[in-house]
Design a protein around this ligand. Sequence first.
Ligand SMILES: [Mg+2]
Length: 411
Amino acid sequence: MSERAIVHLDLDAFYVGVEQVADPALRERPVIVAFGGVYAPRTAVASCSYEARQSGVTSGMALKRARKLCPEAVVLPGNPDLYMRASQALFGILRDYSPVIEPASQDEAYLDLTGTTRLFGIPADVGSRIQREVHTRLRLSASVGLGSNKLLSKVAAGCVKPAGFCDVSPGWESAFLRPLRARRLPGVGEKTERRLLDFNLRLCGEVAGVHTRYLEIAFGVNGRLLSERSRGVDCSPVQPQGPVRSAGASMTFDVDTNDQRAVEATLRRLVEQAVGRLRRTGRATRTVAVRLRFSDSIDSVRQCTLAMPTDLERDIAPAARDLLERLWERRVRVRQVGVRLTGLTGGLEQTDLFDDLTGADGWTPTRAQRGRALSGAVDRIRDRHGFWTISSGRAVGAPRGQMDPGRAECA
Ligand SMILES: [Mg+2]
């Protein structure tokens, strides 16, 4: 079998990078993106510019702490829909270079370039060409790693952040990994690193030197994986993503609430957001699920199936409201509410058979056509001016909270 050529591409400080494209005045400044209330107690740093990182800010850190470390930072509330559009544009570029792409997140992907040399040239050239194209077309900075498997390409890209390119040539795998900290390996977090340090193992080369059996004794089933990774062994294939399976949105309240009206208004807003995302994929949903997370961290989920596939708020919002009604049975405050649309079907040529046959007089728009025209107009306004510029009356009065970025995209 010929040597595999896998590229890992990861955008640098993705959310901040997109914000800097939208507002060039933010370039070369300490910028922090934090979803939700900028002064809310639960807000965490979602993304930070490299200028902010110099002051010790990291993603995942509590925003309050980040502000203390870097008081001059510009803090932005985040714009998930803008990030989704940037992500779609990124994957549009990547698809020109390989049909085998595995999205690792919104801004991160593996590309299998094995066997594409005749078509595109040698993989190292292709890797840097993609990086340049992302920079010129999207004005976003990416780090790229190239290796004979996913593990090596990911570690390589991580080593040269930001805006770097690293090619681990075949035969140089162990020389590349040996001097790196074991923490660089995927799956080695703070806890595993501490445990490795207990055994005086700091570098990948040191872990690679320990017999697999001993690592298995110390780390259980993960010992073998650890051993393989430290030696640069990874046989996992690049798995292209199937079609979009769901669209959703969720929000964590700044203060836990037992006000059903307030949760209902928030849910309506989330439905609008999720449905907007669904429409962008050109698909329709049949299954609506609503989830509540309570103060005691217990989750409750209810779902229902609609009679017809749809991509309109008008059909989905009442179903979501009924589900919320049924979920409202605990005497515990609500921390988070979310909606997820699944059971997606293809295009939406006809969602409402009878509605679309004809208007009463044969020429006035039908109910479904009016609904679709309204949704299309709202989508266009939101695309231009932001999601929050227009909203249905029912969503008014939603309390403050932070959008959960993990559920912001279509999956
Ligand atoms: Mg990234």
